[in-house]
Write a protein that binds this ligand. Structure first.
Ligand SMILES: [Zn+2]
Length: 317
């Protein structure tokens, strides 16, 4: 029986704010903000994104946005929240850039105004593995301040795993862990199981982002199961960045069959032209996810959230 995924309640734990941008979103923003730092045609020229190189090319103009006035981030957040609501996402944790307490407060106020008894939005800060280490220290200082102010609930390590192991950031992750923040590490995305072991040994992760290559190591899978480490699955992302050769090689179905704690996510819906509905449809079509499976994913995703204060009804599936 085909599952109608559109109306199912959903949780998104793995999505980067700038990765939601699309040319048509930029055109809409430019109606209000003609100075928006990226052109719609400039971004349109960076598609298709269908391998590792085209993926990283897409991010090049985003660096300009990252360095711009954070007021430009506001319409992106609000438009994405509208999209989440339209897809029946009930709870989402969005990775935002590590900007000042005042600037994140402004974004938090915008998010608060969109919340309903059926919709909760949370923020996560991040460091990129390819950034210089002293920059990471500053990012962690700021993240701890943001966390103490109740503005973010967790911390992510993002970027190309080949750039640097988590071992190099161990002192920073110790500080994040001691502060009580939830930790997610993107690992096993393009590198093998050793990258996930590195994350576990040095980063205190409660969640692994992607983790597709973890499934090549039975001991690692046993460890993840025994320690209830959650895996954030992003199947379309993994296909289009070349971390798997084809969708049948994705471990999503295997993870469900093993009883692992998993979520289904978009990662960068603007980059990959996907959304939560398309990821759910893919899960049903290629891996036979049933409504019961999606209900299980919903419960597991909520249980793996970093924000203890749940403001929606967890049972309303
Ligand atoms: Zn990601």
């Amino acid at each position: 029986m085909t599952v109608v995924v559109r109306d199912l309640p959903k949780v998104e734990l793995h999505c980067h704010l700038f990765g939601v941008l699309k040319p048509q979103m930029i055109r809409a923003i430019q109606q209000q903000m003609p100075d928006f730092p990226i052109g719609a045609d400039e971004l349109a020229d960076l598609y298709p994104v269908d391998d590792f190189d085209s993926f990283w090319r897409w991010w090049q103009p985003i660096h300009r946005l990252r360095m711009s006035d954070p007021v430009f981030f506001h319409p992106i957040l609000l438009m994405y929240i509208e999209q989440l609501k339209a897809q029946h996402v009930r709870y989402a944790e969005i990775n935002i850039p590590t900007i000042s307490v005042e600037q994140v407060q402004a974004m938090r106020q915008l998010a608060d105004a969109t919340e309903t008894p059926d919709f909760q939005i949370e923020f996560i800060a991040a460091i990129g593995r390819q950034r210089p280490l002293d920059e990471s220290r500053n990012a962690v200082d700021l993240a701890i301040d943001l966390f103490k102010e109740g503005l973010i609930c967790g911390f992510m390590s993002v970027g190309d795993e080949s750039a640097r192991p988590i071992r190099d950031f161990a002192a920073e992750f110790d500080r994040i862990y001691s502060a009580g923040m939830g930790i997610e590490i993107h690992a096993g995305e393009w590198r093998g199981p050793e990258s996930v072991w590195d994350a576990i040994n040095y980063g205190h992760p409660q969640r692994i982002g992607h983790g597709v290559h973890a499934f090549e190591d039975d001991k690692l899978i046993a460890y993840l199961l025994d320690n209830n480490i959650h895996i954030e699955m992003c199947p379309t992302s993994n296909l289009l960045t070349g971390s798997i050769p084809d969708i049948e090689h994705h471990p999503l179905g295997q993870a469900r069959d093993l009883g692992m704690s998993i979520s289904i996510n978009t990662d960068d819906p603007g980059v990959f032209s996907c959304d939560m509905n398309s990821e759910f449809r893919l899960s049903a079509e290629h891996f036979g996810f049933t409504e019961d499976d999606f209900q299980q994913v919903y419960a597991q995703s909520l249980a793996a959230r970093f924000q203890p204060d749940l403001r929606i009804d967890p049972l309303a599936f």
